[in-house]
Design a protein around this ligand. Structure first.
Ligand code: NAD
Length: 500
């Protein structure tokens, strides 16, 4: 049965009024499971106006009380873990363990936000001059917006909403129209946790509603995660309209394998990081760069049987599958076309995942695992973010060449090196122009009390997601210089020179 989805406005499900809808699919079967309304500019503007009203009291609520809402929210996410993971997997297609991981990595940011009061403390200078104290405070921005991608339907909305709300803002959340249900459910849980109505508004939609967000004068900041062209577009338009913006984009993450690396461990790591979640992760490793011919041959020998053993299937098969379908039929077609271009341009397709069929799931969007060797940086499969279960091997003659290949790539989200040598690892971490680096660690997503963000074409704007940076992004600093005359010594004159 097709479910009629809604927006979530002022603490209640609200039907869309535009008459425009997008189909929500189960990628394992190709069936339409729901219809999500696509909001108009008028619907968005109304949701923002209501959010601005609700934000007044929420922003004036003391930080500890707001943190208590986060505590209760975290507890409810834990209690509803299986239900949320099922929602994630049904609309995204990832396995249930991956669905739980998606919720868990979002929950960890909620946990950090339980300590928001200590992050919101200001600074104080006692006696900065005669009778003068200076202090700074962090105040909420007002109404902010989060625009999120399909590939982490729980984690990324939670990365946006938890810090924004804990800082005292109201948020307009525009989740991916392909996977909207998790955000709608999280909004209900937040209400149950005690969040006042209107402080989180989930407005579903496509480009029309995104543009309305970017042009709405009340919206003070935009946090975006998605593909690079859209990230760059949103950053430009938001900044042009005077908004604070951080826009995280796509990736092409390289893993360097040195001759002294443990090749079994490197191959295990590559298979997990390259093919997990069907390669639909912005921190997926899509390029392996073995150093030296011997390393390349040894790695290939270890990789092929592991890749051929990967089990592809629907999330309903539980632990029995390693990864699920890709998100849409168009995505499957694009990935298979890119694999074809790799063959045409002279790369060696060692494992071919095209034409994959699963009995009983003939209409699902499954793509088998593919592995290319002898890929060069001028090929389409190297230049494009494939966002599918495809691993490319680019052979390098030396560590310097491997480093140069990684650094010349326009993306800079994550990277890794596998080596037994501390000096090489240290040199790599120091020199590489990429935001998140793993040493013998393939997907170096930082823990929630650190911070997440790429470099180069993987991020536009300033400050990272979650961790201390999130508390800076979602607040503005006000600095007060106060003078009390009783603090000036008897008979003394205020001496401005003393301030120099
Ligand atoms: P996408 O760019 O297609 O969509 C992201 C959001 O933008 C969605 O909410 C969508 O509705 C909206 N959108 C799409 N087209 C738009 C347009 N023309 N104008 C305005 N808004 C538009 O991305 P996706 O396919 O949902 O997600 C996959 C991408 O996200 C990959 O490139 C992946 O690397 C990236 N990603 C990056 C990070 C990171 O932190 N850097 C994390 C996860 C995913």
């Amino acid at each position: 049965m097709t479910q009629e989805l809604t927006h979530y406005i002022d603490g209640a499900q609200v039907k869309g009024g535009s008459g425009r809808f997008a189909d929500v699919l189960n990628p394992a079967t190709g069936e339409v499971t729901g219809r999500v309304p696509l909001a108009t500019k008028a619907e968005l503007d109304d949701a923002v106006a209501r959010a601005a009203e609700a934000q007044k009291a929420w922003g004036a609520t003391n930080p500890q009380r707001r943190a208590r809402v986060m505590m209760k929210f975290g507890q409810l996410i834990n209690e509803h873990m299986d239900e949320l993971a099922e929602l994630v997997s049904r609309e995204h297609g990832k396995t249930l363990p991956d669905g739980r991981g998606d919720v868990q990595r979002g929950l960890e940011v909620v946990e950090v936000c339980m300590g928001a009061p200590s992050m919101l403390k200001g600074e104080f200078t006692d006696d900065g001059g005669p009778g003068i104290d200076l202090y700074s405070m962090r105040q909420p921005l007002g109404v902010v917006a989060g625009i999120t991608p399909f590939n982490f339907p729980a984690m990324i909305p939670l990365w946006k909403m938890a810090p924004a709300l804990a800082c005292g803002n109201a948020m307009i959340l525009k989740p991916s129209e392909r996977c909207p249900s998790t955000s709608l459910r999280l909004a209900e849980l937040l209400k149950e946790a005690g969040l006042p109505d209107g402080v989180l508004q989930v407005v579903n939609g496509d480009k029309d509603v995104v543009d309305a967000i970017l042009d709405n004068e009340t919206v003070q900041a935009v946090g975006f995660v998605g593909s690079t062209p859209i990230a760059q577009y949103i950053y430009g338009r938001a900044a042009n309209n005077g908004k604070r913006a951080q826009c995280f984009g796509g990736a092409k993450n390289h893993m360097i394998i040195m001759p002294d690396a443990d090749i079994d461990k490197a191959a295990d790591a590559l298979v997990g990081a390259g093919f997990g979640a069907a390669g639909e992760r912005c921190m997926a490793i899509s390029v392996a760069v073995p150093v030296g011919e011997e390393t390349a041959e040894a790695l290939r020998e270890k990789l092929v049987p592991r890749i051929e053993k990967l089990r592809v299937g629907p999330y309903t098969s539980g632990d029995e599958v390693d990864y699920g379908p890709v998100i849409t039929a168009a995505s499957k077609e694009r990935i298979e076309k890119l694999i074809g271009s790799g063959v045409d341009q002279g790369a060696e397709l060692v494992v071919d995942g095209r034409g994959f069929q699963l009995q009983g799931y003939e209409n699902g969007f499954f793509v088998g695992p593919s592995y290319f060797d002898h890929v060069s940086p001028d090929m389409e499969i190297y230049k494009e973010e494939i966002f599918g279960p495809v691993l490319s091997q680019v052979r390098a003659g030396s560590y310097e060449e491997a480093l140069k290949i990684t650094m010349d790539n326009p993306y800079g989200n994550g990277t890794a090196i596998f080596t037994a040598d501390g000096d090489t690892a240290r040199d790599f971490a120091h020199r590489v122009n990429v935001g998140m680096v793993g040493i013998n660690f393939p997907i170096p997503v930082p823990l929630s009390y650190h911070t997440f963000g790429g470099w180069k074409k993987s991020a536009f704007g300033d400050l990272n997601q979650y961790g201390p940076d999130a508390f800076r992004f979602y607040t503005k600093t006000k600095t007060v210089t106060a003078r009390w005359f009783s603090g000036i010594k008897e008979g003394g004159e205020f001496n401005f020179k003393a301030m120099d």
